[in-house]
Design a protein around this ligand. Structure first.
Ligand SMILES: Nc1ncnc2c1ncn2[C@@H]1O[C@H](COP(=O)(O)OP(=O)(O)OP(=O)(O)O)[C@@H](O)[C@H]1O
Ligand SMILES: [Mg+2]
Length: 272
């Protein structure tokens, strides 16, 4: 979709760097030594089955979970110990799983909430209305009365008005019809044009492969595969996702098949 879809890194310095992250929920090790770098302008996708640790990862980057060990660097600075609102001020903003709008508040009131820790930047409530014109017409309506897709869009708008540098998107497609998911993902180029970097979580692998410049698969908290969509084969993704065989991954980048074919073109079973 964007300049980086062919796997070329737009710049050499990572905007976000996660190093050896270990996160526990009580006794459960939800993330185990997860490391990766996200470069400016990328759409970096975390994929994985239920319980793989995807939300834990995004929430830890946003400052909502404290890691047992490991680091989160943002623009070269160690933000591992920063509170969520301080990270937001630096430009780490999340659209949480399940959208989490204030349902009894209006659309506009929800957008105002998003502006609470806003940085200066191109996104304002007005800009959100220009981008999603239906929202202006319905700005006085209670968020709880909107459809799921509309609510997801308001949740994105609420994050945008904070003027993120990296936007963390946790399962935009959750509970939405495929056509609605498509519509939501078609907004991404407009969002990226304003200079944003996106780190997204998706269970819908085909969707992730369509939009991402880089994918990273988690299985039970561990990295099983990393690479560009062009580098990974459908078989590798399937194995990494479901853990069907000994992990292909844990290599920095997935390679082509032995016969030199890339996975592009061969369809994994979940592709419709
Ligand atoms: N607050 C919590 N307390 C205890 N366990 C948790 C908590 N949050 C997540 N877990 C557990 O940690 C593991 C990872 O959960 P997480 O929500 O990060 O996975 P996920 O990949 O986002 O899954 P899903 O696709 O279902 O959203 C799961 O086993 C989950 O049950
Ligand atoms: Mg989740």
């Amino acid at each position: 979709m964007t300049a980086s879809v062919d796997g070329q890194r737009p710049e050499d310095t990572p905007l976000l760097e996660v190093g050896d992250l270990v996160v526990h929920h009580g006794q459960l090790k939800a993330l185990d030594q997860v490391s990766f770098q996200v470069f400016p302008g990328e759409v970096y996708a975390i994929i994985g089955a239920n319980g793989a640790g995807k939300s834990t990862l995004l929430r830890t980057i946003a400052g909502l979970h404290h890691p047992t060990s490991g680091t989160v660097l943002f623009d070269g600075q160690n933000v591992t110990g920063l509170r969520p609102e301080h990270r937001a001020r630096q430009g780490i903003v999340m659209v949480p799983e399940g959208r989490r709008l204030f349902e009894s508040l209006s659309v506009e009131e929800n957008l105002k909430v998003g502006a609470t820790y806003a940085r200066k930047g191109p996104w304002t409530i007005e800009r959100v209305y220009e981008t999603f014109s239906w929202m202006r017409d319905r700005r006085g309506q209670r968020a709880g009365q909107l459809s799921g897709g509309e609510q997801q869009t308001v949740a994105i708008g609420r994050a945008l008005v904070a003027n993120p540098r990296v936007l963390l998107l946790d399962e935009l497609s959750l509970g939405l019809a495929p056509v609605v998911v498509q519509r939501i993902y078609t907004m991404l180029p407009q969002i990226l044009q304003t200079g944003l970097t996106v780190l997204l979580v998706e269970q819908d692998v085909s969707q992730a492969l369509r939009v991402a410049s880089h994918i990273h698969c988690l299985l039970e908290g561990r990295t099983t595969l990393q690479g560009t969509p062009a580098e990974v084969t459908a078989e590798e993704v399937e194995e990494a996702y479901f853990g069907l065989a000994s992990a292909v991954g844990a290599t920095p980048h997935a390679r082509l098949d032995a016969d030199g074919q890339s996975g592009k073109g061969s369809e994994p079973p979940w592709r419709g």
